[in-house]
Design a protein around this ligand. Structure first.
Ligand SMILES: Cc1cc2nc3c(=O)[nH]c(=O)nc-3n(C[C@H](O)[C@H](O)[C@H](O)COP(=O)(O)OP(=O)(O)OC[C@H]3O[C@@H](n4cnc5c(N)ncnc54)[C@H](O)[C@@H]3O)c2cc1C
Length: 396
């Protein structure tokens, strides 16, 4: 283990808070976090899913714990619209185990932030602007560090220095998302709390599950994946508000493709609680150089069908901590870190593309599928078995 030294972490979201914890536990002397957003990041979140087995590993590694509020999910029910079905939920195609905890991004971030030691200089409202490699380490906006961690999301500044050729690639479709208090959901009793619903249709699907609110109750959380309407152009910045054309497209799909319970569920979402996210993916060929490390979305963005975005960010931090604790120099630690984590990023991006093809871009004839056929089809789409994230410590 190297003790002492100065470490900069760019980004103070999920990966950034976890990386600061990792650097602290890995022996770093002075840690500075640069977070562009001032005040609380916590107010904008919707749902984050964490496989039970991945949770157990991350809890053992000390990056999550039982005080972070969650909702336990146990099963996934697949539904399709069928106007002759007696249930407002539509026709149930299959039921499969779904051992996941669901989190609300806001409270999860707040809990992680609270676990960042007071000795860490967390500079909220401070964007990192200029990073360059120097003989003694790196220089970030005039300050010198032994190494820097890029936890600065999919448009990472640190990645532009560590892996300049890696750029996000548009997946060709969007995720419309929303969340609101469960008390506003008509007939909520028809849908059990531990059940995650996948409602499938030609050209897409929605994923719906409950997440905790900040007061011991639940919110309904949904993600609607499908192609945008004709004429859609990608926004230049991180614009998440629905344009009138995107709102109208969501409305018509909701009415035309979903069983009545789920139409009502989406329609109950207040306009201010709906947003849209174009989907991108990429993975950096290496997760570190001798003075720079990438964690979370800065290193890899996989499509959200993988159910592992936050898990992967936390696993990256856990691996960084292990590498720092086990290595004689920072450079050796970063070499060990990239060797463990870069393959995990590739596995997840491949999985996201495979699931995206199967569930959005080339959907099967769902309505004709038996329960056995659907289960077999899912097994093929999840080829590597990495849905929910690979085991912590596994190389791919
Ligand atoms: C406010 C917010 C809400 C989110 N809500 C959800 C959600 O509800 N569900 C979900 O699945 N995922 C959500 N995400 C994304 C999710 O956090 C990530 O996909 C995943 O957890 C990996 O996180 P990350 O920390 O690597 O990246 P991100 O969460 O994207 O964090 C990157 C951070 O870096 C900061 N940053 C970027 N550039 C700079 C710079 N130059 N200097 C300083 N700081 C910089 C950004 O402000 C941001 O806080 C959200 C992200 C944010 C920022």
């Amino acid at each position: 283990m190297v003790t002492g030294g100065r470490v900069a972490v760019v980004g103070g979201s999920i990966a950034g808070c976890a990386a600061a914890l990792a650097a602290h536990r890995g022996g770093a002397g002075e840690i500075t976090v640069y977070e562009r957003t001032g005040g609380h990041l916590a107010d904008r979140g919707v749902g984050v899913a964490m496989h039970d087995a991945r949770y157990a590993e991350l809890a053992a590694a000390g990056f999550v714990d039982a005080d972070m509020p969650w909702v336990q999910l146990t099963n996934r029910q697949w539904y399709v619209r069928d106007d002759s079905a007696p249930s407002p939920l539509g026709r149930r195609l299959a039921g499969t185990p779904f051992p996941f905890r669901s989190y609300n991004w806001g409270p999860l971030w707040r809990e992680l932030r609270a676990r960042v030691p007071a000795s860490v200089d967390f500079r909220a409202g401070t964007a990192a602007k200029q990073l360059r490699l120097i003989t003694r380490g790196v220089e970030l906006d005039g300050e010198v560090y032994d190494f820097a961690v890029g936890a600065d999301g999919y448009r990472s500044l640190v990645r532009t220095v560590a892996c300049p050729a890696t750029v996000p690639v548009y997946a060709g479709y969007l995720a419309w998302r929303g969340a609101y208090p469960e008390s506003d959901l008509p007939d909520a009793h028809l849908w059990p709390t531990d059940s995650c619903a996948y409602v499938v249709f030609d050209g897409g699907h929605i994923v719906i599950y409950r997440i905790p609110d900040a007061a011991g109750g639940h919110r309904v959380n949904w993600v609607f994946y499908t192609a945008p309407p004709a004429g859609y152009t990608l926004p230049a910045d991180e614009q998440r508000a629905l344009t009138p054309a995107l709102a109208a497209h969501l409305d018509s799909l909701t009415r035309d493709r979903l069983p009545p319970f789920f139409t009502a569920l989406i329609e109950a979402t207040p306009p201010g609680e709906r947003f849209v996210q174009p989907l991108y993916d990429f993975t950096a060929p290496h997760y570190a150089t001798d003075r720079l490390a990438l964690v979370g979305d800065a290193a890899t963005v996989a499509r959200p069908h993988t159910g592992a975005g936050a898990v992967k960010a936390l696993q990256d931090a856990a691996a960084l901590r292990t590498a720092l604790s086990a290595s004689p120099t920072f450079a050796a630690a970063l070499a060990a870190y990239t060797e463990t984590r870069a393959p995990a990023g590739r596995t997840l991006v491949d999985l996201g593309r495979s699931l995206g093809r199967a569930m959005v871009q080339a959907t099967p004839a769902w309505d004709a599928m038996t329960e056995g056929e659907l289960t077999a089809w899912w097994r093929t789409a999840d080829g590597s078995g990495a849905f929910g994230g690979s085991e912590l410590g596994r190389r791919a």
